[in-house]
Design a binder for this molecule. Structure first.
Ligand code: SF4
Length: 468
């Protein structure tokens, strides 16, 4: 078969940055004001009072159209992670049955820990049989009416989701429901459409992401499983930096560092690379500004912005980090920037944050923690779904660039004021990097005050190494 090289392909069609500069985004569609749900349209909602005065042929309002667009993107992002989760569950099954040459189970202690959580008895069974049942249980998660991973959600938040009717069922059910609710003639209730966006995103973060994290640990992980999945995840995040100075870093310690202000807050970076912006420019700027201000940065996505910029190396990062982060590093070994392997691993952060909130008795809820989710250059449905599951889980999401629903005041108000009331965290879009930094600091300090955490002060450097 004839194949072309990457260079030949680029010569033929240009780079994506070149294509992006030649092909401008549609000004109507980019703000959520164009509906192409059915072939009666596309219907465009244009003009100053479009939200009040324009209707699609099917009588949809601009709010309905923008909500459909938001839900469609969240569902597509969730489908990508769900497909990955299903593929890994299939790999686990094949490995358990000895049918795969590529896939093998390397971490049997993790497998047995997962089996326990799933209610699968290991005693007296061949370990391969246990693995087969674990894989089968994971595959069942896709279509079940309830999901086991919800056990990791703080109890109060779980109750609130039940009351607000956003508790997700199996991920396949939620994706199907999303496609149904975005179809012509089905749903004209903007609140209900946005509710489905929350459900499909929560299923992404708490079900698909958890399945992927656990199977990756079972098949390629080496960390021995403890009694707490969150503790394992945290150890892996820290250990991933190959940190020789790591002393003791359990979740209790992380909670103490946060409550005392030694870590002012945490920024969970969704590290997308948008072809219309200079590669990683906003990520690097925002990341550096945040660690200067003693915000711990934890990053995961398609990019490796901080690794590529040399900012994961402790000696480099300690030159720019604030004194509190420097001192925390000297006393605990936690570096100012941590890297996740991909955006699906933000699910591990959800589990870690839930455990920190419960262990520290911070009202028992993630929203009490000074944490913000960021995507300085978001562009995909995956990122939108991640922002949504963070916000609905209690972590405010601040995304860079334009909002995909900017044309609709109604949907913008749901994402900001509405979600603040419902979830204690909202979803905002802020265009400029410098404004994003200001918004993150303001948000984190406001949460610290609301949660009665120690007031943050920059420390005087105590360590000889750090004063260098
Ligand atoms: S679903 Fe309604 S608003 Fe959308 S294209 Fe069809 S007729 Fe127009």
């Amino acid at each position: 078969m004839f194949k072309i090289t990457d260079d030949q392909f680029i010569e033929e069609v240009g780079t994506r940055a070149e294509r992006a500069s030649e092909l401008k985004p549609c000004p109507v569609g980019s703000e959520g004001a164009c509906c192409r749900t059915c072939y009666v349209g596309p219907c465009r909602f244009m003009g100053k009072n479009a939200e009040a005065e324009v209707r699609g042929v099917c009588a949809s309002t601009l709010g309905v159209v923008a909500a459909r667009q938001f839900l469609t993107m969240c569902a597509s992002g969730s489908a990508i992670h769900a497909t990955k989760a299903r593929e890994l569950a299939g790999n686990l099954l094949a490995a358990a049955q000895g049918k795969s040459k590529e896939d093998a189970i390397t971490n049997w202690s993790k497998l047995h820990a997962v089996a326990d959580v799933l209610g699968i008895k290991s005693k007296g069974k061949a370990k391969e049989k246990v693995a087969e049942q674990v894989a089968g249980a994971y595959l069942n998660q896709f279509s079940q009416t309830s999901a086991w991973a919800m056990e990791r959600v703080p109890a109060g938040r779980l109750t609130s989701w039940q009351q607000q009717q956003v508790l997700p069922q199996g991920i396949d059910r939620e994706i199907t429901a999303s496609v149904y609710n975005t179809s012509v003639g089905i749903n004209y209730d903007v609140a209900a459409i946005m509710q489905q966006a929350v459900k499909v995103s929560l299923a992404n973060g708490w079900i698909s992401g958890t399945i992927v994290a656990d199977i990756k640990d079972i098949m390629v992980g080496t960390t021995p499983a403890g009694s707490s999945f969150a503790g394992d995840y945290w150890q892996q995040m820290i250990g991933k930096q190959h940190n020789p100075d790591l002393k003791s870093s359990d979740l209790k310690l992380l909670g103490e560092l946060i409550t005392t202000g030694k870590i002012r807050g945490i920024a969970c970076f969704v590290d997308c690379d948008h072809p219309r912006y200079e590669a990683s420019s906003a990520q690097k700027f925002i990341g550096v500004e945040l660690i200067k201000n003693d915000i711990l940065v934890i990053s995961g996505g398609c990019n490796n912005t901080f690794g590529d910029a040399g900012l994961l190396m402790s000696d480099t990062v300690l030159k720019v980090a604030g004194n509190n982060l420097k001192n925390s590093y000297q006393t605990t070994g936690i570096p100012p920037i941590l890297s996740l392997s991909g955006c699906i691993d933000h699910s591990r952060l959800l589990t870690v944050l839930a455990a920190v909130a419960e262990a520290g008795k911070l009202a028992g809820d993630i929203s009490a923690l000074p944490v913000v989710a960021l995507a300085p250059h978001w562009f995909s449905g995956t990122a939108l779904s991640i922002g949504s599951f963070y916000a609905a889980s209690g972590v405010p999401a601040i995304f860079g660039g334009k909002s995909p629903v900017q044309a609709s005041t109604e949907i913008t108000e749901i994402l900001t004021g509405g979600w603040s009331e419902q979830f204690g965290a909202n979803f905002r879009f802020i265009e400029e990097a410098v404004d994003i930094v200001a918004a993150v600091l303001e948000q984190i300090d406001a949460t610290r005050e609301k949660s009665n955490l120690a007031t943050y002060y920059p420390e005087i450097i105590k360590s000889a190494t750090a004063t260098g």
